[in-house]
Each structure stands twice: as C-alpha cells, then as structure tokens.
Design a protein around this ligand. Structure first.
Ligand code: ADP
Length: 643
C-alpha cells in the first residue's frame, strides 16, 4: 500500500497520463473521421468523373450510330440509283420520309457529275445547291468513296455534310447535310443534356455548337472524345453542371464532426476544470497540513463538544495535559476521567449551564487530575461553536495549563511571608539588643552589691556567704547570656585573627552534642594534629559549623538509630584545611541540590532557607569554598575549605 504522501506525489502523473490518453484517442478519432471524409470526397469525385465519361461515350455512340444508320440509308439509295431502280421522283419521296423522321437532317441533294441537282429535298430556301455541296460531290465522285465534308468554325449555320458517290452509267453523288445543332438536339438523350453541357467541336477542339444544360456548366467534370467519321474530324465534349462534392456532404458527417469537436472541446474544458480542482485540492491539503501542524504544536488545549455535551474533538495539547488518548475522550460526555472527584458538583453545575446556553464567556479556573495522578491547574474559556451558516453546533473550549503560574505565585507568597518573618526577626534582634543594654546596668549593680555584701559578711556566716556567692554567679551567668544574645543579634564587623580549628570545634561541640542528644544521635569528631592555624573570625566559623550540624541532625531525626551518626572532620588540604560535616540522613534530591544555596530555599515548614546561604557567604569571606556532595549510602556531606 502506498503512503498518502506517495499517492499525492503519483496523482499528478496519473492525472496527466489519463488526460494524454484521452487526448490521443480524441485526436485519433478526429483523424479517422477526417480520412473517412477525405475518402468519401475522393470517391464522389471519381464517381462524378466516371459518370461524365460514361455520359460522353453514350452520346458519342448515339451520334455515331445515327450517322452510320443514315450513311447506310444513303448508300442504299445510291446503289438503287446506280442500278436504275430509283427514279428521281422516287428518290424525292424516300428523302422526304427520311428527313421527316430525322430532324437532324437538314437536306439531301442528288447531283449528277456535272454538279446539277437532279433531286433535292429539305431545307433549300433559295433552291440552289451550295458550292460546298457541289465540291464535296465532286470530291467523292473523284475518289469513288463516301466522305464527310470538313467542318469549319465559320460555317454558319453549323452543318456537317456527308456524300456518297453514284457510280455506273449515271455518275453523280448524294449529299446529305446535317444540322449540327439538330444532331445535338435529336441525338443527345434528355437526361444527359440536363446534367451536361454538350459541345461539338472541330478536330482542334474549337467549339462548333454548344447545347446548354439546364444549369450552367461548372468546368469541374469534363470529357471529350473524337467522333469517327471518314474525311472529317469532330470532337464531342461534355461539361457537367455538377459542382465538386463538398468535404462534409452529409448532415450525418457534419453532425459527427460537430459532436467530435464538441467532445474535444468539453474534454479540454473538463481537463482545465480538473486541473483547477487538483490545484485547489493541493492548496487545500497544504492548508490542512499547516493547520494540523499548528494544532499539534499548540500548548493550549482545545476541546470541542456538541450540543449534547459529547466531546467531538481534542487536540494533542489537551491530550498531553490530561494524559488520555483522543479515543478515550471523543464520544464521551460528562463526567470525564480527568475530573477531580472533589470538584464534580461544581463541574456538574457548569455543565448544566453550558447545555442551557447560559454560560458566560469569561474564563474559569479548575483543576484536572492527570492520568499519572498529578494535578493540573487550568483556566478554561468556553465559546459557542458555529458552523458555516452561523448555526451553533456545540461548544469550543480553550484550556490553558496555569500550574506553573500558580506555583510561582505560591512561591512569591511564601517569600513575602519569609521576608515579613525576617523583618520581625530584625525587630526582635533590635529589641534584644536594647534589652541587653538596659539589663546590663542592673545586673552589674547586682554583682557589685553581691561583691560588697560578701566583703561585709563574716566567714562564720557561711550559709549567707554561699547564697551571696550564688547570687553573684547567677548574675554573672545572666550577664553572659545577655552578652551572648547581644553578640548574636548585634550587627558587628567580622574580626579575623589567627585561630586553631581545634579551638573552634571545642567551642561548638558542647552545643552540637546538646542538640544531638535530643534525637539520640552519635557525634564523631576527627581533627588532624598537623593542621595549620588560619586567619579567621572564629565566631563566624562556629556559626557555620552550628548551622551545618543542625541541618544534619534534623535530617536524621526520624531515622532508625543505626543511621543516626553525625561525623565531623578537619584535615589538611594543601596549604589550608578542609572541614567536613557528614550525616546519614534523608539526603537531598538531585533537582533540589542546585537550589540549596539560594536565599529562602527551604523544604522545612518552619525553615527560613537562609542558613546555607549565610554559611557560603561566611566561608567565601574567608576566601574558602563551601559545597555539597551526597554521602555514599545516603545522606548529605557539606565540605568547606579555609586558607
Ligand atoms: P533551612 O534549614 O531553614 O531550611 P537551610 O539553608 O539551612 O535553610 O537549608 C536549606 C534546605 O536545604 C533545607 O530546607 C533542607 O531541605 C536542605 N538541607 C540542608 N542541609 C541538609 C542536610 N544535611 N540533609 C538534608 N537536607 C538538607
């Protein structure tokens, strides 16, 4: 099976092939039709030519037959005269009968050898024998054979003479004169004369008499043939009134040609139309592909529902948002699998509003539950879905995933709260400073009075002395506490001095152990002997150690006792020292490790998220470096270096 792309690619070739075949067939059809018409035309031409030839030969035969018949008659009469069986009076009677029944014969004369007319019948208006008759008679008598007289163009009216010699003891000749016009009128059949112009011409083809046809001759179909006569040459020429046949003579042929042309025309039109359609189709599929690509790349979810609330369409963005396949949603109605069960009453109410058409176009926020269980905060806008005629066919929803936006808002809110908390802390610090300042004087007074009283009290009053000593000690302790608080909250400039890391450890260990004991956590401390002293603010280092150990202790607080071990170590690293605080607690997820040192980053409900940030600043102040690495087997290790 070919892919849709391949089909689309082959379509133009198939299309072009079909159309070229159709065009070839049409051209062939037209060719066959044209040859048929041409053959028909040729046949018609040769038929008409043959017809003219046949007609001409027919006329020639008819004329020659008649001339021979008359020659026969004249010959018989001449023999009768020779034998003395025909007297001039008899001859006249016979000639009259002959002329009467053959109108082409104009006259007949019997002349003796001296050229005198012994008997003459026919058209002799002046009664005289024409010199040409006389000459022809003398000629035949001399040659002793019958002859036709020569026909001349100027001879008017056009006549043809035939003479038969009379030999024996009364020599002479019989001369018969034909009217050429009579010959044509009498001897050319009527049907032939109607279709053809018939001409008698001399031996050179010069016309002597012309017998016009019913309509004018065209000169398209002509034929000429000699008429065989001893002594005179004559030509019979015919010219048909017929026009050349037309190439499209028949209505049928015309119709077929017209139909073929119409067919070719409509094929061309159809081809153009199909081409336009194919182009439009290609444009449409491009447009569709573009829209599909747009839809697929949309991060906004799109969902269409019909008027009954059934889902009719979902785009890939929506499927990704809720984790369901289109077929799991299309055709389904309320409630959908991604609805939050808690929110179903509200969704139901909104669904009813939507079906009733009373829903507003303002967006509303809700939560979907993704197939994998995580919640997706969404903003939904519903708009009516209209068809091409403007009728509502359903509802279109655009769904925006605003989970991230909500998270950022929440983070902002938390940070605001933390800022407020820290500003409260600052205030508290200031209050503490003021208090410690104010309490210092009364405490010093108490101590002075206690010292004075001790000097006054005698040795034997030891119980009073003890009490006064305790008052003095407690007052001193209170003073230390106040100083410690004051030192802690007071903003003071760091003071660097040469100090040993072992001293810093010693100072902080009691506090660390105090916290660790609360959660039954063991503390191990390993400080190398060869460590150099460093230029540092011992108090800042103590704060760093306290912070790091507190985090470690908190992360192990809920674990089984075998993992509750906090390890502190200090070892030489090059010119300086590397300190490590190692716990075996919950550890830190990889994605959170990036943000550890960010201000206000915390995972604890009551945390500030400032501890690590302050530690890093403090270590960097000592030109050192603080970093995190996971403890092998679970837990977190923080290391810092000091120069
Ligand atoms: P806070 O302790 O107030 O949350 P910190 O900056 O000290 O602020 O710590 C930031 C976060 O780093 C903590 O909320 C905790 O999630 C994580 N963290 C720090 N130290 C450890 C540790 N040792 N084990 C596990 N998590 C730790």
């Amino acid at each position: 099976m070919s892919t849709p792309d391949a089909t689309a690619m082959h379509r133009p070739y198939r299309f072009a092939f079909t159309w070229s075949m159709l065009l070839v067939v049409s051209v062939l059809l037209l060719g066959v039709l044209a040859s048929l018409l041409w053959l028909g035309y040729r046949n018609e031409m040769s038929d008409r030519n043959a017809q003219v030839i046949t007609d001409t030969l027919w006329a020639k035969q008819s004329i020659e037959f008649q001339l021979r018949r008359h020659a026969e008659t004249l010959r018989g009469l001449a023999q009768g005269i020779e034998r003395g069986q025909v007297a001039p009076a008899d001859l006249s009677a016979k000639l009259r009968a002959l002329i009467g029944s053959n109108h082409e014969i104009e006259r007949v004369v019997w002349m003796d050898d001296a050229g005198r007319a012994l008997a003459a019948e026919g058209n002799y208006p002046s009664g005289a024998v024409a010199p040409a008759e006389r000459a022809l008679a003398a000629d035949v008598l001399q040659r002793r054979r019958e002859l036709y007289g020569d026909v001349a163009v100027s001879n008017h009216p056009q006549v043809l003479r035939f003479a038969v010699p009379i030999l024996g003891d009364r020599p002479g000749a019989l001369v018969l004169t034909y009217s050429l016009e009579g010959l044509l009128n009498e001897l050319v059949p009527w049907w032939l004369a109607r279709e053809n112009q018939v001409t008698l011409a001399n031996a050179f083809g010069e016309p002597l008499v012309v017998h016009a046809a019913a309509s004018p001759a065209r000169g398209n179909f002509t034929h000429q043939t000699p008429i065989d006569m001893p002594g005179a040459g004559m030509m019979l020429m015919t010219d048909s009134v017929q026009d050349t046949p037309r190439i499209l003579p028949h209505v049928m042929s015309g119709m077929v040609a017209a139909l073929t042309l119409t067919l070719i025309g409509s094929l061309v039109l159809l081809w153009r139309d199909m081409r336009r359609r194919a182009q439009a189709e290609a444009r449409l599929s491009e447009e569709l592909a573009f829209r599909q690509a747009m839809e697929d790349s949309l991060v906004t979810g799109l969902r269409a529902r019909d008027l009954t609330g059934k889902v009719t369409y979902v785009n890939p963005g929506f499927c990704k948002m809720v984790g369901f396949e289109p077929e799991e949603m299309i055709g389904h109605s309320y409630p959908m699998p991604f609805y939050d069960p808690v929110k179903i009453p509200a969704i139901r109410e909104r669904f009813a509003q939507m079906l009733a058409g009373t829903i507003t176009s303002q967006g509303h926020e809700t939560e979907f539950v993704h197939r994998d269980g995580h919640r997706v905060h969404v903003l939904i806008h519903e708009t009516p879905l209209l068809d091409a005629k403007g009728r509502q066919t359903g509802w279109m929803s655009s769904i925006l995933d605003i989970t991230e936006r909500r998270k950022v808002e929440e983070l902002n809110r938390q940070q605001q709260e933390k800022l407020q908390a820290s500003s409260r802390l600052v205030t508290m610090g200031e209050v503490a400073t003021t208090l410690s300042h104010e309490l210092n004087q009364p405490l010093s007074a108490i101590m002075s009075y206690a010292a004075g009283s001790l000097n006054l009290v005698r040795d034997e009053e030891s119980s009073l002395r003890d009490a006064l000593c305790k008052i003095q000690q407690q007052a001193q302790r209170a003073g230390q506490i106040i100083r410690a608080v004051h030192d802690f909250v007071r903003r003071r400039d760091p003071r660097k001095s040469l100090c040993r890391i072992a001293d810093v450890f010693d100072a902080t260990l009691p506090l660390i152990q105090l916290q660790a004991r609360k959660w039954h956590i063991r503390v191990e401390c390993a400080v190398g002997d060869d460590l150099p002293s460093v230029e540092a603010d011992a108090m800042m280092l103590e704060q760093v150690l306290l912070n790091l150990t507190r985090n470690g202790i908190e992360s192990m607080s809920s674990l089984p006792s075998e993992r509750k071990l906090l390890q502190l170590s200090a070892r030489r690293a090059g010119e300086g020292i590397e300190v490590a605080v190692i716990d075996h607690g919950l550890g830190i997820a990889e994605e959170l490790a990036q943000q550890l040192f960010t201000p206000f980053f915390t995972t604890k409900p009551e945390g500030m998220g400032m501890g690590l940030n302050i530690c890093r600043t403090a270590i960097e102040f000592h030109r050192g470096h603080l970093w995190y690495e996971p403890t092998p087997g679970g837990g977190a290790t923080f290391r810092f270096t000091l120069q």
